[in-house]
Design a protein around this ligand. Structure first.
Ligand code: BGC
Length: 878
């Protein structure tokens, strides 16, 4: 039996708030093997019974089950559309119709009729306080459907008749607000009563609060503001809108202060009883004022909203040697603590969140730099009170309880993680418990830093969308979770914030350009660093590989081209280098006291210039821009020739013989073919010189294991990842890390810390080694020719582990690869989803047999087999 198990519309299930069906896709399930779709049939209707069709593909003979665009439909705003799909398979089976639905957003920004309104006044420009806005309205008939569209300058929570709408946190998210502002849509049909009150709580957030390590505020404007439009559709098809305007009630909220870095100060006594209900009797509401802000950049948010995700209980309550009362949640995370308290009026709860204890076991907050991460709550004194911050999040494992009325009971405190809600797609487990903890830390580094934008870290006065960190981790992230909508949204801001000449800012959204005074490093330049700015090319390309999605390449085409042209313009004879470069950031081969590793900038920059140009050529071919592809291929060849002439000596060794210089040259195919084994040997010698330890930074580390296993040094790659002494991934695990550290020596062997100026214990960058675990150890990859895992490559590199078990939930369904090793005897189990095909490689195999009697062909270094969907078990001898 064949069936469609999941339909996605623009990468979401049943999305609310799209402007068209850009891409539909589905997952096929069957109890047979070898299932290939023969045809599909799609229909679209405004009624659930499909009585009137507005689109009908008829039977289309094609095996395409992803990225199907539905063209030439005249969509209407705020309208429900039903989509149904039926397929047949090559072996003659037919599925039932499977139905999904979506709701459109405003199709034109002209549909916005209200004004942005604020409860703040000119005295509040430099404040980060919270406010209330509300409006009471009555309906004029029986309501069939009601949608609420809203956004804010700042952060907001929206309520209807006392109920918060959905679980959204940190709405409307962080974008380059002046060029790209997201709005949210809620179906409120079920909440509408005869008399209604709509309310919003506003906070400063990224919009006007203090952000950036030069601690500037008001990056986008001076007033927090709210924009809202409720559309009521009556049974008789009349419609009515309620919009934000000067008639709305306004007041200060109990949030006296709230900022991203410093935390929140909440005075519960200032809560207005029933503020968002018709029962409210408060008489001192002021009138809201309007704020000038256009609608032209308003775009509906496409999924991936920030939410509370996991609840974590207190693991222990401790008293430090200094006498501080500390809660330990046992896990470094990003989110907040929710507590309950019974206190008298004005009694306080005061907490400070932090990541690690110092070597004496006391509270350590120096690495937060100027970020306070403090939460203060004043009780109203009316029994049990419950609270967590509204507009601030903290990065922490520990909480210092500075004040709390009454006994501190574990049950009164819970931590919650808060991050972009992406579905979990990847899983990896093996026989080594330390590697399993590393996998856990990689995942938690991701959970901690994907809070609407890809952040560098969640605790100190930074939390910015550093492009390099995002680029390095993007492939690993895209195995662990469905990142498509997350990165696609962020890439819009990357393109929006690119300088006119094409340079790419170091952080996106860019709040540092023009505001770097006082920062010695950034005064040298705020855009266009190698490996950082290359996020402009590498992330769209990664999305193409993982999802087979050409749309994101089309969206980013101009941005990518501008970036390559920027490098070209500023290169001299094909050597690219420019103002502030981060080099092999925080590599251990740096000069004492320096952050920049020993690999020269000319080499790092030119290697990335070559690689990005090379990827751009491939992208141009995908986009069928053949002439341009030739032009950039020519550029690439020139860069590559110059690279080889400049950075290699006569014998073919790399002149600046660092680990990273060898790694980049190998990974980016910049080594002449006949010198690859020699350069690999040079790299291995450098590794041996360090007794099997890496000394690489952000740039070399992600590719280290890859270049070893791809160049016949699988054993060395395993030794490297299994290394337990400093510096190594497992060293931090043995030191008790629960997320990935920024520095190999965040906590040194003697228990002292690396410089507090820059010592995050929750930086996902070095977690990029996950990509090697998934693609090379478990061996789950996609072919580049047929990406998105339509053609799956299973190619495990077997090493010093007894077993490995991994799965990845692709757009076509679940892929699994597991192996068990018994000396030189391997059992490999593989699952391949319907409507895909796979090539399985048995590297170094002498003979291969399979329960399913699959034919295996010899290769240069083993065997391979081509298979279709189903479950398979192979055994082989190495
Ligand atoms: C950030 C990094 C970032 C770097 C750039 C740091 O302060 O935390 O992760 O990539 O600056 O040099």
């Amino acid at each position: 039996m064949v069936k469609i198990s999941k339909i996605t519309i623009n990468y979401q299930e049943q999305p609310l708030g799209i402007t068209k069906i850009e891409q539909a896709g589905w997952v096929i399930l069957s109890d047979h093997s070898n299932v290939i779709q023969k045809s599909y049939h799609i229909q679209l209707s405004k009624d659930h019974e499909f009585r009137t069709l507005i689109y009908d593909t008829g039977v289309v003979f094609s095996d395409q089950s992803a990225h199907i665009s539905i063209e030439n439909i005249e969509y209407e705003s705020l309208t429900e559309y039903f989509l149904r799909i039926k397929i047949t398979t090559e072996d003659g089976e037919e599925s039932n119709w499977e139905v999904s639905k979506c709701v459109t957003a405003f199709l034109s920004t002209k549909e916005w009729k209200g004004n942005f309104i604020t409860a703040e006044s000119v005295q509040d420009v430099d404040k980060s306080k919270g406010t209330y806005l509300r409006k009471q309205f009555e309906i004029k008939g029986k309501v069939k459907k009601a949608y609420l569209c809203s956004t804010a300058l700042g952060l907001y929570h929206v309520f209807l008749n006392g109920k918060k709408l959905e679980q959204d946190e940190f709405a409307p998210g962080w974008t380059s607000y002046k060029k790209h502002l997201l709005y949210q849509i809620y179906d409120v049909s079920e909440l509408i009563e005869d008399v209604n009150v709509i309310g919003a709580m506003l906070g400063a957030g990224w919009f006007k609060g203090t952000m950036g390590f030069t601690r500037k505020r008001n990056h986008y404007g001076d007033y927090s503001a709210f924009l809202c439009q409720i559309t009521l559709i009556y049974e008789d098809n009349r419609s009515e809108i309620i919009v934000t305007d000067g008639s709305w009630d306004a007041a200060d909220s109990p949030v006296l202060f709230s900022e991203i870095y410093d935390g929140e100060y909440y005075d519960a006594k200032k809560e207005i009883l029933n503020w968002c209900n018709k029962e409210c009797t408060y008489l001192e509401w002021k009138r809201a004022s309007t704020v000038n802000w256009g609608y032209e950049y308003l775009i509906p948010q496409s999924g991936c909203k920030v939410c509370e995700i996991d609840q974590i209980n207190v693991k222990s309550v401790m008293i430090t040697p200094k006498g501080e009362i500390v809660l330990d949640f046992g896990q470094n995370l990003t989110g907040w603590v929710e507590f309950t308290v019974v206190g008298k009026k004005n009694e306080r709860v005061e907490l400070q969140c932090f990541e690690v204890l110092d070597s004496n076991g006391n509270v350590y907050i120096e690495n937060l730099r100027s970020a306070k991460q403090k939460v203060t709550y004043l009780c109203k004194g009316e029994g049990e009170e419950k609270y967590h911050p509204f507009f601030s999040y903290q990065g922490f494992r520990y909480v210092h309880i500075m004040e709390y009325p009454g006994e501190i009971l574990e049950k009164n405190f819970n931590a919650y993680t808060v991050h972009s809600n992406m579905s979990v797609t990847g899983d990896f487990e093996c026989s080594n418990v330390l590697i399993n903890q590393l996998q856990h830390n990689i995942l938690w580094g991701m959970k901690s830093n994907f809070l609407d934008i890809p952040m560098d870290c969640p605790q100190r006065d930074e939390r910015l969308g550093w492009t390099g960190d995002a680029q390095i981790f993007s492939r690993t992230a895209s195995f662990l979770m469905d990142t498509y909508l997350f990165y696609r949204k962020w890439l819009v801001d990357l393109a929006a914030d690119q300088i006119a000449e094409g340079g790419v800012p170091h952080v996106i959204p860019d709040i540092i350009s023009g505001k770097s005074d006082g920062d010695e490093m950034l005064e040298q330049g705020t855009h266009s660093a190698a490996a950082w700015a290359d996020a402009a090319i590498i992330i769209p390309w990664t999305m193409y590989l993982v999802y087979g999605d050409k749309e994101i390449l089309r969206q980013q085409y101009q941005s990518m081209k501008n970036w390559i042209d920027f490098m070209k313009k500023h290169s001299k004879n094909n050597i690219w280098n420019y103002k502030l470069q981060f080099g092999d950031w925080v590599a251990l081969d740096a000069q004492p006291g320096s952050f920049y590793g020993a690999t020269p900038n000319d080499l790092t920059c030119t290697a990335f210039y070559a690689q990005s140009t090379y990827l751009f050529v491939k992208i141009l071919k995908v986009l069928e821009k053949e002439n341009e592809a030739l032009e950039y291929l020519n550029l690439y060849q020139n860069i590559k020739n110059t690279y080889q002439e400049t950075f290699f000596d006569k014998e073919g060794h790399i002149i600046s013989n660092t680990q990273t210089a060898n790694i980049l040259s190998l990974y980016f195919n910049l080594v002449p073919t006949d010198k690859i084994s020699m350069v690999t040997k040079d790299l291995v010698e450098l590794l041996d010189k360090e007794n099997g330890h890496l000394v690489t930074g952000f740039v070399g580390t992600p590719y280290f294991c890859h270049v070893l296993s791809e160049n016949g040094q699988t054993k060395k790659a395993y030794d490297l990842i299994l290394q337990e002494t400093y510096p190594s991934w497992l060293y931090q695990i043995k030191q008790g890390a629960t997320t990935i550290w920024e520095h190999w020596d965040g906590i040194k062997e003697d228990g002292t810390m690396w410089n507090p100026d820059m010592n995050s214990f929750n930086h996902y960058a070095y977690g990029a080694v996950g990509d090697w675990l998934y693609r090379n150890v478990a061996g789950i990859d996609t072919s580049e020719e047929n990406p998105g895992y339509k053609h799956i490559i299973i190619k495990p590199h077997i090493g010093e582990l007894n077993y490995v078990r991994a799965s990845y939930n692709s757009i076509y369904g679940s892929i699994k690869s597991s192996w068990i090793r018994n000396d030189d005897y391997i059992i490999l189990s593989v699952s391949i989803p319907c409507n895909t095909y796979a090539t399985v490689y048995f590297t170094d195999a002498k003979t291969v047999s399979s329960e399913e009697k699959i034919e295996c062909m010899p290769t240069e270094d083993g065997y391979k087999a081509d298979i279709l969907s189903g479950d398979y078990t192979f055994s082989y001898q190495v």
